[in-house]
Ligand binder design. Structure first.
Ligand code: ZN
Length: 230
């Protein structure tokens, strides 16, 4: 169990398959809609500047390396766009940019789920490490309380993954609403943008499923330890 437990695969496999499917879905949907030029022929960068202005936001827009790495960083109030999105006048770029502007609007409005998620970043990154140490220590000294405390720390990953969902879904809702009410989109382009955002949303659901399956595995191990003691 300390090295590799084949049983872990059994717990992890469904969520892993979902994650792989989500990754494929987001890549293929993006690949499809990045080829389709938007009716107004505006690039992601132009759309970002337009939508920020439309929302009364005066924020920096900067480049970021990689593909589909677009994000809004609330720490420096900057919208980071990948080159493929910033420079391409595609339907995909409209959807992705509007989603990131959606995050910027959430930040400007002090949207509570976003603040909760930001608060959880640090606990969720160190929680699993502390959890693992407590879990292993609990097994070694045969202290079930310690094992369950470890599991409680592990659960911070799941809490974080779940807290991410409303923030992401809401950013996409805002994105579609702002595209609909703007003069940026042509016929059928909101639906195309929606396809890209729905595929992206699936990756966050997959991440939550992965956190859940890992947690369930540790719970299963802990329950079996208890049974062995009886
Ligand atoms: Zn997002």
């Amino acid at each position: 169990m300390f090295y590799f437990d084949p049983l872990y695969l059994l717990f992890a496999a469904p969520a892993l398959l979902l994650a792989m499917f989500a990754q494929w879905k987001v890549s293929s949907t993006y690949a499809k809609y990045t080829q389709i030029r938007n009716a107004r022929n505006i690039t992601g960068l132009q759309a970002a500047q337009y939508l920020l202005r439309a929302n009364g936001l005066n924020l920096n827009v900067s480049g970021t390396p990689g593909n589909l790495t677009d994000h809004y960083d609330p720490r420096d109030k900057t919208l980071y766009l990948s080159e493929g999105v910033a420079r391409t006048p595609s339907v995909a770029a409209l959807g992705i940019v509007a989603h990131e502007v959606g995050h910027a609007v959430q930040d400007a409005q002090g949207y509570a789920p976003m603040r909760l998620r930001a608060f959880l970043v640090a606990p969720a990154s160190i929680g699993p490490w502390i959890g693992y140490i407590l879990f292993i220590a609990g097994i070694f000294i045969n202290a079930s309380g310690l094992v369950w405390l470890g599991i409680a720390f592990f659960s911070l990953s799941l809490v974080f993954a779940l807290a991410t969902l409303p923030v992401e879904f809401n950013a996409s809702q805002r994105a579609l609403a702002m595209l609909r009410s703007s003069a940026l989109v042509g016929q059928g382009e909101v639906e195309a943008a929606q396809s890209v955002l729905t595929a992206a949303a699936l990756t966050y659901i997959a991440a939550a499923a992965q956190a859940l399956s890992t947690l369930l595995y540790y719970v299963f191990v802990a329950l079996n330890l208890g049974r062995r003691d009886d």
